[in-house]
Design a protein around this ligand. Structure first.
Ligand code: UDP
Length: 326
């Protein structure tokens, strides 16, 4: 049974490819390499360079590679960008998912795993569970939520089981050093802070200190990319064994403010660096922390759920990137 991983040359898709291979699955990656990297696809996975919105290509790959499950990561992912480019986000995240689902339905794919996001929720002072607070606040969140709705409807009509994984804030790198967050011009907090610690940036900005949170800074639930990758393997194994479809939060259930994260980055790297207060960033929410009971209840056991561990692995990867071996 071979799985097709769209966006498997990217950050989260790439770590999931490693986890799938480690667990003994056969993997074919479909990636247009717009933000992903050819080098990041291991030799024991096959890379097909192409577009998930190409119906004929996807049908051909499913047939020739004998694909039974699809894990769909290929997407645009930056909340603030989605306000500047809503059409690009709706095209990539909603329209192309529709095409991919059409191919999956016409080739009778059994299992579909989807990379969704906590951006389907509105801000909340308490932990968010899967059935509450679904009210996306950005074009990005809405494009992902549209895809979720399509997957559920297609699943019901075409007897396709699905797992929708809603990621909270993903960070860190493969503990064995095989992969990490390599995106150019990254906007994500931990990556930006580590680049600043290493002197790749002169200083960093903190967007907003007037949120209704304990210290005024925005609060997020940071999940290690390896724990998240393992959640995909668990979800795939369950679907392949015939378990029910599920929609599930992927986070630890613990929030850290931007200030706390920056302090951990300074402590782990041993570098102090300049931070500047800046206005709130468009689309940012005050607080989003997962209720992760449901994922834990199906057997997910996180191994890297300490913020200093996440930061240490991300830092080690950044040093590897700086060494220019990649
Ligand atoms: N953030 C920040 N400075 C940065 C990058 C991010 O203050 O250079 C803040 C951002 O405003 C948000 C939090 O860090 O409150 C997490 O942002 P990130 O882009 O990592 O993830 P998001 O929650 O937007 O998906």
């Amino acid at each position: 049974m071979t799985c097709l991983v769209t966006g498997g040359a990217g950050y989260i898709g790439g770590h999931t490819v490693l986890a799938l291979l480690d667990a003994g699955h056969q993997v074919v990656v479909l990636d247009d390499l717009s933000t992903g990297f050819r080098w990041s696809v291991p030799n024991n996975a096959k890379l097909i360079v192409g577009d998930v919105g190409d119906f004929d290509l996807v049908c051909r790959v499913i047939r020739t590679e004998k694909i039974t499950s699809i894990l769909h990561f290929a997407a645009k992912t930056v909340v603030s960008d989605s306000f500047r480019d809503p059409l690009g986000y709706y095209l990539t995240n909603a329209v192309k998912t529709q095409t991919l689902l059409a191919a999956a339905a016409s080739e009778t794919i059994s299992n579909f795993i989807f990379s969704s996001t906590a951006a389907v929720y509105k801000s909340s002072e308490s932990l968010v569970s899967e059935t509450q607070n679904v009210q996306p606040q950005s074009p990005y969140g809405r494009s992902k939520y549209m895809a979720e709705c399509m997957i559920k409807d297609v699943g019901a009509a075409h007897n396709m089981r699905y797992a929708i994984l809603r990621y909270f804030n993903v960070a860190g790198a493969d503990p064995k050093g095989r992969n990490g967050q390599s995106t150019k011009n990254a906007t994500h907090l931990i990556k930006v802070a580590i680049e600043t610690a290493l002197g790749k940036r002169a200083c960093m900005e903190i967007f907003g200190n007037d949120y209704p949170t304990v210290d005024g800074f925005a609060v997020r639930d940071y999940i290690h990319v390896a724990d998240l990758a393992n959640a995909h393997v668990l979800a795939l194994n369950r679907l392949q064994e015939g378990s029910e479809s599920l929609t599930v939060n992927c986070g630890y259930g613990r929030g850290y403010s931007v200030r706390e994260v920056v302090d951990v980055v300074k402590a782990v790297t041993g570098h102090d660096f300049e931070i500047r207060l800046a206005p709130r960033r468009t689309g940012d929410l005050a607080s989003v922390v997962a209720n992760s009971e449901q994922l834990r209840s199906v057997g997910w056991i996180p191994h890297y759920d300490e913020l200093p561990t996440i930061v240490r692995h991300a830092y080690q990867w950044e040093l590897e990137l700086a060494s220019e071996r990649r």
